[in-house]
Design a protein around this ligand. Structure first.
Ligand SMILES: O=P(O)(O)O[C@H]1O[C@H](CO)[C@@H](O)[C@H]1O
Ligand SMILES: O=c1cc[nH]c(=O)[nH]1
Length: 240
């Protein structure tokens, strides 16, 4: 039962999927945390793996960059492959002053400048929010010393932008005033797809750079590899 973008069979995906934007990060995560990972799809190089963690099935699959790409994969996983929860594990740019490079953000809600969720309920400004149970599980894992979290963890609102390079003047500073923690490019759409299917979604983000202070930004290699804390929280949520 392959779909247009996923060449897998029924049962190939676990009920919970970790979803980074970068398919190479999906492979690294699969190799790092899954017991007996097997490749279940590679259409367009968007790698998906399934294995087990502590004897429980778990999948990892890339989403690509941006809300349209993430929406395609999330829609097919929820709609065709029996997936019940998707936890995005991505990088983000810091916006709030208290958020530093290397910190982790549990995205409880996502503002957006995208039109994708506007099309869902005509005349309504859709609220793109994380599943409370997943967010609570990630937050509780962050507070538990046994989890081994080394850095700081924040929970709150983020923004999912369509543009990586084009930002209206003053928008970032205004978002900071409204308590927005960081910016990435997928969570709002992912939360919208989960609402459509009555399933669960969460984004756990590693801050790779800061929009208002670039002095400590990560290299592109660090962006691919420095995600241990967010991964720990994402797995805790996925298997909760
Ligand atoms: O690191 P990932 O998960 O790709 O997430 C962030 O990085 C990409 C931009 O560099 C966008 O996809 C953004 O959301
Ligand atoms: O979308 C993103 C992701 C990481 N860093 C940014 O500045 N923006």
């Amino acid at each position: 039962m392959a779909t247009a973008h996923i060449a897998a069979q029924p049962g190939d995906f676990a009920p919970a999927v970790l979803m980074p934007g970068d398919p190479r990060r999906a492979q690294r995560i699969a190799e790092a945390i899954l017991h007996s990972p097997r490749l279940v799809t590679d259409v367009r190089g968007m790698l998906g793996f399934t294995g087990t963690v502590d004897g429980r099935p778990l999948s990892v699959m890339g989403s690509g960059m941006g809300q349209p790409s993430c929406t395609i994969y999330a829609t097919e996983l929820f709609g065709q492959f029996g997936v019940e929860r998707i936890i995005r594990v991505g990088t983000a740019g810091g916006i709030a002053e208290q958020v530093e490079v290397g910190d982790v953000v549990i995205a409880t809600g996502a503002h957006t400048d995208s039109s994708m969720n506007q099309l869902r309920v005509p005349g309504v400004h859709f609220s793109a929010v994380a599943d409370f149970r997943l967010a609570d599980a990630a937050w509780r894992a962050a507070q538990n010393p046994a989890s081994g979290i080394r850095g700081r963890v924040h929970a709150g609102t983020i923004i999912s932008r369509d543009h990586f390079y084009l930002t209206p003047e003053g928008q970032t500073e205004r978002l900071a005033r409204y308590g927005t923690l960081c910016v990435e490019m997928e969570a709002a759409a992912l939360y919208g797809v989960a609402a459509e299917f009555g399933t669960q979604a969460l984004a756990v983000l590693t801050v790779s750079d800061h929009l208002l202070d670039h002095s400590k930004d990560m290299s592109s290699q660090d962006r691919e590899t420095r995600f241990q804390d967010s991964l720990t929280l994402a797995v805790a949520a996925a298997l909760s």
